[in-house]
Design a protein around this ligand. Structure first.
Ligand SMILES: CC(C)(COP(=O)(O)OP(=O)(O)OC[C@H]1O[C@@H](n2cnc3c(N)ncnc32)[C@H](O)[C@@H]1OP(=O)(O)O)[C@@H](O)C(=O)NCCC(=O)NCCS
Length: 170
């Protein structure tokens, strides 16, 4: 069974120890430790950030994090989603020895379900960047309805999915 759990003093060491394969390091721009630090910084600055440990049957196997923000980068200026609220997936990884077992897909699905409750407020979109050579990530995101925008920054494609659910907790 796959679960998303809050990061605490009990599991932070296990999460930090999780790594992707050597050849995958350029697919993610950051480490779990740095992302966790980013979450704290952003929360302190008023940008809600949610880091989660991914558990498979009581074992920490991955890490993911999303934030709630506005799509207002200047390179989006002419896009329909410019200036709109979005849940943005900041970091997503499954430890190298746990990949290819379906954990990533299940964890991603759980994260989307969490996002669809609109925990920080309403948003029209969920968005992310992936490296253009990351075939596995692209196919995973496409299977959940993410569409490439054609916007590429630092060899990464912005992909987006429209959310059509209403906030559950007004
Ligand atoms: C990407 C990642 C999170 C996926 O997690 P995972 O547990 O390995 O993936 P899963 O076993 O759940 O497979 C999920 C989907 O990935 C895709 N996939 C898996 N292996 C693939 C391959 N060799 N080629 C193309 N697509 C592949 C498929 O869509 C698959 O779904 P399916 O089995 O229903 O076809 C994980 O491999 C990882 O951490 N990679 C390195 C870091 C990274 O790339 N993070 C994403 C940054 S944008």
């Amino acid at each position: 069974m796959i679960e998303l759990r809050k990061i605490s003093g009990d599991n932070i060491d296990e999460v930090i120890a999780l790594e992707v394969g050597e050849h995958q390091k350029d697919l993610i721009e950051t480490t779990n430790l740095r992302s966790f630090a980013d979450a704290h910084t952003m929360n302190a600055e008023g940008i809600p950030a949610t880091p989660y440990a991914v558990y498979a049957d009581e074992v920490a196997v991955g890490f993911l994090m999303y934030i709630y923000d506005t799509l207002d980068h200047e390179s989006f200026e002419n896009e329909v989603f410019y200036g709109k609220k979005s849940y943005f997936i900041w970091h997503f990884m499954i430890g190298k020895s746990y990949q290819g077992r379906g954990y990533g897909k299940l964890a991603f699905e759980k994260m989307l379900m969490d996002i669809e409750t609109m925990p920080y407020g309403e948003a029209e979109y969920v968005s992310l960047f992936y490296r253009i050579n990351n075939v596995k990530a692209r196919s995973l995101y496409a299977s959940f309805g993410f569409v490439d925008t054609g916007i590429i920054q630092d060899n990464s494609m912005l992909a987006i999915k429209k959310l059509d659910v209403k906030r559950q907790n007004p």
